[in-house]
Every structure is written in C-alpha cells, then in structure tokens.
Design a protein around this ligand. Structure first.
Ligand code: SF4
Length: 205
C-alpha cells in the first residue's frame, strides 16, 4: 500500500522499520525469504546508496551489501577515497527474491509490483535517514527513486532529480560488472568508477 504523496511520512526508528518489514507480507517475497534486510549507516548520511534487493548472503546475514556485489562496491568506494562512514547503504526491495536450482537459491529480479509494494518502506527509510543525495545502483533502484523507467546505460553517470527535487546519481549495479564479459572487465570497472566519481564531491574527506 503506497502512502498518498500529500501526506508527510512520520520518521520511525530503523529498528522499528526492521521489525515491520520482517513481518510484512504485502507481496509474496516476505514469506519465502529468511528475514528482511534494512539499510545500514548513519542518520543524515551524505549519500544513500540504493541497490536492488538483498542477495543470498544478505538474506542469511540480515545485513545489506555483504555479498560479492557489496564487496565490489566497497572496493570502488575505497579506490575513490570515499569516507564510508558518510554512506548509508540499502535496497529498493527489502526481501530476497530467488528461485531454487537444486539446493542453490538463485537471484531473481523483483517484479514491478513487488518494487511498488516495497516502495513505501524505502520512503520510510529515507524519511528516517534524510540523506543529502542518492546513488541508484541499477535499473530497479533508479526506477524506485525516480518513479519512472530509467535507461541505465544512457543515463548513467549523471545526476537526475525526482519530482520532489531529490538528487539521484544513476549507475550500474555492481552485479552487472560481476556478470559481465571478462574481456571487458577492466574497461567496465574504469567506466563504473567514472560514474561513481560524480558523487566524490560529497564524500571526499
Ligand atoms: S519485499 Fe517489501 S513489500 Fe514485499 S513482503 Fe518484503 S517488505 Fe513487504
């Protein structure tokens, strides 16, 4: 259920949001995942980094950005010299969506209706954290934040504004780099760092 845009969202403590999302069954994902995964980082973070959804490792740990894609993001942040303590990291969708292949839980992209169902939780998190700006990692996050379809390859590396005037930098999700052609990995990494560096003015010590 999406909150009407005209009503301000009452900030709720992150722990309250964690418990509420854990119990949430507003879409089918909540019943299959281990637990919900809320974001981590300081209130009033300079940049809120938004990914797609928790992965297998995040689902088990109950923490965001602890899997391979999160580690790649950490590597990029370190290479750019970003102050990690000024970042808040989270996802557009709070439960892990997967399909079973044998015993393995394989990531499955959330459907638009699931992204929409989860949107009010993301807004509740934003109302609590009150970041200065956003970094959208991938199409799901970009669409959730900008509330329109986003052509990531065309719009990457640029700041955009949502209807409320919030600033959103768009780039690829790190899992796209992990899945990409190994022969192109170096070039993809360099291009990704260039995208991310558009936020460096906010994050360099
Ligand atoms: S993914 Fe979001 S909307 Fe769906 S059950 Fe989980 S918290 Fe609720």
């Amino acid at each position: 259920m999406t909150k009407p845009e005209s009503l301000p969202i009452r900030p709720r403590p992150i722990e309250v949001l964690r418990q509420a999302t854990d119990a949430c069954r507003e879409c089918p994902l909540g019943a299959r995942a281990t637990q919900s995964v809320m974001g981590e980082g300081p209130l009033h973070a300079v940049l809120m980094v938004v990914g797609e959804q928790p992965g297998d490792k995040e689902d088990l740990a109950g923490r965001p950005f602890v899997g391979p894609a999160g580690r790649l993001f950490d590597r990029a942040a370190a290479e750019l010299g970003w102050n990690r303590e000024r970042l808040y990291v989270t996802n557009a969708v709070k439960h892990f969506k997967f399909e079973l292949r044998g015993k393995r839980r394989m990531h499955k992209t959330p459907a638009q209706r699931e992204i929409d169902a989860c949107h009010h939780w993301l807004e509740a998190e934003i109302a609590r954290v009150k970041p200065d700006a956003f970094l959208a990692l991938g199409a799901t996050a970009a669409r959730a934040l900008l509330q329109r379809p986003v052509a990531v390859m065309r719009e990457r590396g640029q700041w955009h504004e949502d209807a409320a005037g919030r600033r959103v930098l768009v780039t690829l999700h790190p899992s796209a780099l992990l899945r990409g052609d190994p022969a192109q990995r170096e070039a993809a990494w360099t291009a990704w760092l260039k995208d991310l560096s558009a936020a460096s003015g906010l994050l360099l010590p």
